[in-house]
Ligand binder design. Structure first.
Ligand SMILES: *Cc1c(COP(=O)(O)O)cnc(C)c1O
Length: 446
């Protein structure tokens, strides 16, 4: 009976015939999709200048961020994370799974100030840009010290505007905290999978939280509609926003500098592999686009998605982008990786970044917990489940023989792997202990 259902006018079995990988995806098995249409990077509508302008805008806001969020002081008001070597974890993965050849680093976005996740890049950038635009119509000049925006005069101006966003949790945290601090009225529309502590933290910060019984895509839709009625309301559109994308892409410019400081080469003889957890696609998409732009084609980028929410994989493989959802194929979009629980991808990201992605793989929740436990044990770094998705890259790609099929032994020995750790530092201690316990019990019972 199941197979008589039509998706975009075609039977599921005809989709499966065209894309055999769908068979395993529908059974929520782990898969590797290799992009047969991989292209060398070419600059699209989003240019080098757009990204450098975004970086400069963030520099202008550094004095404000230092004053409003003292935790940004140690990095001079720049929201940036460390590149951390994780030798112990590499050895542990070698022991438990298979050997990783090359150096392994963690990009520590779990520890980004203000929002404790990768969303601190895009979400905060978009709100700051909006505030700058409004303030410039009211007397601000680019040469001013932007901490002036924290004064009563500008707070009163911002308080006449509203900001609205739909989120599985972390984008809401990022947008909510920065918007409330500047004085905007801010509403976050949360999907059913958003964690209670995230809602509580937002309310403590003066953010209005609207809870929906539906999933992420619906929460976004409802947020959009609620905002449209009010001409002084700005809707931050996770599915289509160029500003969010630009905020994320700045990471690549800064990573390039970090790699140079660490004498890490990226060229044909020294490939760089980057593993990015993917939800709707904005964060990994912006970062991936920037990586290709600033570091070139010897960066090989993989997205990581939960086996129950492989939306970007589905959208790119079928080339149907946002027209298709995992639910269309009976995949339930239920995962403990709440940051990645998205059933329908961003078409903007799929079209802008898809051609330059080397591939996408999927990972089971059990593995996320197990890796969460192992990372905590070996490196004393605690992440939320979503943020471990990238860590599974070297494991799955080894299992699929991808490295050896594409690179020489020597290239692999000279290679660098960057696992993008996308969130975790704001998770309440009690919850983190539960996560670690869960990973430990999966590890012990295997
Ligand atoms: C949001 C999020 C991602 C993915 O970002 P998208 O823009 O939704 O693709 C990954 N990890 C964490 C922890 C997140 O919160």
């Amino acid at each position: 009976m199941e197979n008589t259902k039509l998706v975009l006018g075609r039977s599921i079995s005809s989709w499966m015939e065209e894309h055999p990988l769908l068979v395993d995806m529908i059974e929520t098995k782990e898969v590797l999709w290799e992009n047969e249409c991989l292209q060398a990077f070419v600059e699209g509508d989003i240019t080098y200048d757009h990204i450098t302008e975004a970086a400069e805008r963030l520099n202008r806001f550094a004095p404000l961020l230092k004053e409003a969020f003292p935790e940004t002081m140690k990095n001079d008001g720049i929201i940036e994370s460390f590149l951390i070597p994780v030798e112990n974890m590499k050895n542990k993965i070698t022991e438990e799974y298979s050997p990783i050849v090359g150096k392994v680093y963690l990009k520590g976005d779990h520890d980004l100030p203000i929002a404790g996740s990768v969303k601190a890049r895009g979400g905060i950038y978009e709100v700051l840009k909006l505030a700058e635009n409004l303030a410039m119509d009211n007397g601000l000049s680019v040469s001013d010290d932007y901490s002036v925006l924290l004064t009563k005069r500008y707070k009163e101006l911002f308080s006449t505007y509203s900001i609205s966003v739909g989120s599985t949790g972390n984008l809401g945290l990022s947008i909510g905290i920065i918007s409330a601090k500047l004085g905007f009225n801010v509403t976050v529309h949360m999907s059913h999978d958003a964690k209670q502590w995230k809602k509580d933290l937002l309310r403590d910060n003066g953010v209005q939280v609207v809870e929906h019984a539906s999933d992420y895509s619906k929460a976004v839709e409802l947020g959009r509609v609620a905002c449209q009625k009010d001409h002084k309301c700005f809707f931050i559109d996770d599915e289509n926003s160029i500003d969010l994308f630009l905020g994320y892409s700045v990471a690549a410019m800064r990573l390039k500098k970090q790699l140079t400081e660490k004498n890490i080469l990226v060229d044909e003889d020294h490939p760089l592999f980057v593993y990015l957890p993917c939800g709707v696609g904005g964060a990994p998409g912006g970062i991936a686009y920037g990586l290709k732009m600033f570091l070139g084609n010897h960066v090989h980028v993989f997205f990581a998605e939960p086996t129950h929410s492989p939306c970007m994989l589905l959208g790119l493989m079928t080339k149907q982008y946002e027209k298709i959802s995992v639910q269309d194929f009976g995949i339930d979009n239920l995962t403990d990786a709440d940051g990645l629980a998205v059933g329908r991808p961003s078409s903007f990201v799929g079209k802008t970044v898809g051609p330059f992605l080397t591939g996408i793989f999927t990972v089971q929740d059990e593995q996320l917990y197990k890796l969460l436990f192992l990372l905590s044990q070996t490196e004393q770094i605690n992440l939320e489940p979503s943020a471990l998705a990238g860590m599974y890259g070297p494991i799955l790609l080894n299992r699929s023989n991808w490295y050896d099929a594409n690179f020489s032994r020597e290239q692999l020995q000279n290679s660098t792997h960057i696992v993008w750790a996308t969130g975790g530092s704001l998770v309440p201690n009690k919850m983190m202990i539960q996560y670690i316990e869960q990973g430990k019990s999966i590890f012990s019972n295997q």
